[in-house]
Design a protein around this ligand. Sequence first.
Ligand SMILES: *Cc1c(COP(=O)(O)O)cnc(C)c1O
Length: 423
Amino acid sequence: MSGGADLAGLADLTGASAADLAGPGAGNAALARRWQGAMMDNFGTPRLPLVRGRGTRVWDAEGNEYLDFVGGIAVNSLGHAHPALVRAVCEQVASLGHVSNLFMAEPTVRLAERLLRLAGRPDGRVYFSNSGAEANEAAFKIGRLTGRTHMVSASGGFHGRTMGALALTGQSAKQLPFRPLPGDVTHVPYGDAEALRDAVTSGTALLVLEPVQGENGVVVPPPGYLRAAREITEATGALLVLDEIQTGIGRTGRWFAAESEGVEADVVTLAKGLGGGLPIGATLAFGRAAQLLTPGAHGSTFGGNPVVCAAALAVLDTIERAGLLDHVARAGQRLRHGLEHPRHPLVREVRGAGLLLGVVLDANAAARVQRAAEERGLLVNAVMPDVVRLAPPLIVSDREVDTFLGRFRAALGEVLDETPAAA
Ligand SMILES: *Cc1c(COP(=O)(O)O)cnc(C)c1O
């Protein structure tokens, strides 16, 4: 394939009608039945099938259009079917789709170089995997290779579902059926620097924290918390691991959320937004932490796959060329301001950073607000019973933000009318 004409053909495909792409028997209810007949039940049955997307908009199997403020859970940083992403993926898969880690591919190296440049740390090295959990598994193993075994993480924190990442995840309901979990992990209250001082000792291999707790309902720690974590880990010789899987790569208006406190971690994990929808995990390690994985210590067949790395490079290029970091800061403020002025009576608080916002609601109304929003053509995520998470594509326009605000307010109004306790 030599570019031009064939790529135009693929772009046409993404513009095909919902009915064309959905195929026979793929109405919303029909697909739900097939899902139940073929898929394991770990996710339950999602409420909606989606068949097509463009920019911030998506369509379901019945042709209904939605403004997508879920963004694949902070993944679709460039929205849907972004031409730069489509082109990068198509060109790479048409020239070299996979090599394994027995061979080198240039896009893999280029992405690693690029991430280290963004981190501003020439003493760094990168390990690529395929998901957030795997990025944290690599951090877990790096921690073990210090010779220490004790680890500290925060209650409510989310670090993934594989056994090592789950051991670090501070949500006991997710852990309970899988005990005993690996490791020797202490969970401390999030945002409490004193608790860190007590928990992190000279026997601690690593402390892992999210700069903002995403899955826990977009919880922002008090100012100075990450700096305290840095001081405490430096004093005890523990590694500081920052899980920027949800907050990284522009989501908060900076490449890395921890830049807001000027904190440099020993290990940074990335995933969600980095691939713009293609599966990637990256573990960045610096200084002595960068030297701990030696030949044979860890690996992944797909990690560093050139197609996925080409996608991530397209994401980084586009964020840079389109000035999206500044745009995210401004659009995030517009969204937040619109939610707060005036604040709807059902809304207790709006929190977060950039385009990662949590709308905290009275009366555990999140699921009802999600449904009312859906009926008005908005996709939002009830991440907690009382919190709706907003994580639209970084390319969301001012007009889309305004459209969102109008419809979301109407959805809140409908739910408030049906909620006597909160009225
Ligand atoms: C989503 C997430 C993970 C897990 O990523 P997966 O790709 O689902 O394994 C880990 N940490 C944080 C902060 C996340 O938001």
